[in-house]
Design a protein around this ligand. Structure first.
Ligand SMILES: [Zn+2]
Length: 102
């Protein structure tokens, strides 16, 4: 229960805080783009079973692999892809915390 709460507050709360603190003028747009980072969970559809509460996503799913994380870091550096990159890194962070709490 507590783990689920931590998971979703990281997934949805952290991007909101980042948007409000660093992108004051257009925080809604920033928040929306960062929430798009959730889309990488579509790679779970490639796994069997699709959802397993006891499985750590990091390094298991292709879009949660270390090489993918390296791409997200590069995306966060460049202005054009920064918001999406940050959103993806927050997503990975939320999933990583999940793995630690398992
Ligand atoms: Zn994920």
């Amino acid at each position: 229960m507590l783990q689920t709460l931590i998971h979703y507050s990281l997934h949805f709360g952290l991007p909101l805080i980042v948007a409000l603190v660093f992108f004051k003028t257009n925080w809604k747009f920033a928040y929306l783009l960062m929430i798009c980072g959730m889309l990488i969970d579509l790679d779970h559809l490639l796994a069997n079973p699709i959802f397993d509460p006891g499985r750590c996503s990091i390094n298991f799913h292709p879009l949660h692999h270390y090489y993918a994380v390296a791409i997200y870091i590069v995306m966060a550096i460049f202005k054009r892809t920064r918001l999406l990159g940050i959103g993806l890194l927050i997503h990975i962070l939320a999933d990583a915390v999940d793995c630690l709490l398992m």
